[in-house]
Design a protein around this ligand. Sequence first.
Ligand code: ATP
Ligand code: MG
Length: 355
Amino acid sequence: MNWNDESDRVVAATADGDDHAVEAALRPKDLGEFVGQERVREQLDLVLRAARARGATADHVLLSGAPGLGKTTLSMIIATEMGAPIRITSGPAIQHAGDLAAILSSLTEGEVLFLDEIHRMSRPAEEMLYMAMEDFRVDVVVGKGPGATAIPLELPPFTLVGATTRAGLLPPPLRDRFGFTGHMEFYAPAELQRVIHRSAGLLDVVIEEEGAAEIAGRSRGTPRIANRLLRRVRDYAQVKADGVITREIAAHALQVYEVDGRGLDRLDRAVLTALLKLFGGGPVGLSTLAVAVGEERETVEEVAEPFLVREGLLARTPRGRIATPAAWEHLGMQPPQQVTRGAGTGAGQGDLFGE
Ligand SMILES: Nc1ncnc2c1ncn2[C@@H]1O[C@H](COP(=O)(O)OP(=O)(O)OP(=O)(O)O)[C@@H](O)[C@H]1O
Ligand SMILES: [Mg+2]
């Protein structure tokens, strides 16, 4: 399996073709159906209500957060809540300022323009967007070279909803032009349990509360993963049982798909196991660790590590990767510290589990 293609993993946070097909059906349609993200939801609700009460177009909204947390879903909800049509495009789709001008000039009053991956827009398009967001105006350049002239074009008021997984990459002038920024957090297991329950209902799957909890705990705080695991567990339940998802069925199914109790998959576990078994918990350099698991450096660093770090199982230090006590516990192993207790701990051992 080529792990570099993240979408091969059942625990990938990014969408694969299969996801695209079902996600539309599982998307909450309004704020009331949108699970979790209490703070963003409450703030957004106020922004939209106030705009509606004024009979005005809502402020521009920036949604940032990791893949699969509901940015696209929320942008569609914004349009629904405003009773406005939505136009969907993305940063990479806008190569030239002219592409953006064409979209902007065809917007209708109050329309929501959803710009996904807004951090990947070209610089000239970005500059055009500044003016469009602030003054609802663009300068369309006609002609080339010294004879080129800029023709100002008035735009109807619209709401830009930008989505990004990398808010830090947005230039401050762009970030500042959003009236509201919602930062999406990872979901708590109880929230994912509600997501799973809701999706099961829509997919006509019978699931027990404990079955939903079992899947939720392995979904890495991400609704997209929760929905995908639910579909895999449903398959298993249909083939191996009577179709009802109980805690036992969910646990068995996810064992088959090699997703463990904490949501780690085979790659994650391979990295962690190598770190513990071969390097005594580290510190070990990234390249050495990658060779030990037979993977590319980038795969270990970009595909496996972020979740391990987030889970508090692995830490990146200047001296290399180290396992935390939670990692030893998760794999049911004893850290060498305890084995050699009293025999004097080696130099640097103190740093190992410090911080
Ligand atoms: N709060 C939520 N409640 C219920 N379902 C949700 C929620 N958030 C996301 N989902 C589900 O998760 C799926 C992925 O969400 P969405 O496509 O909005 O994520 P995203 O943040 O746009 O991801 P990406 O960064 O990959 O574009 C959706 O199909 C939706 O069904
Ligand atoms: Mg999206």
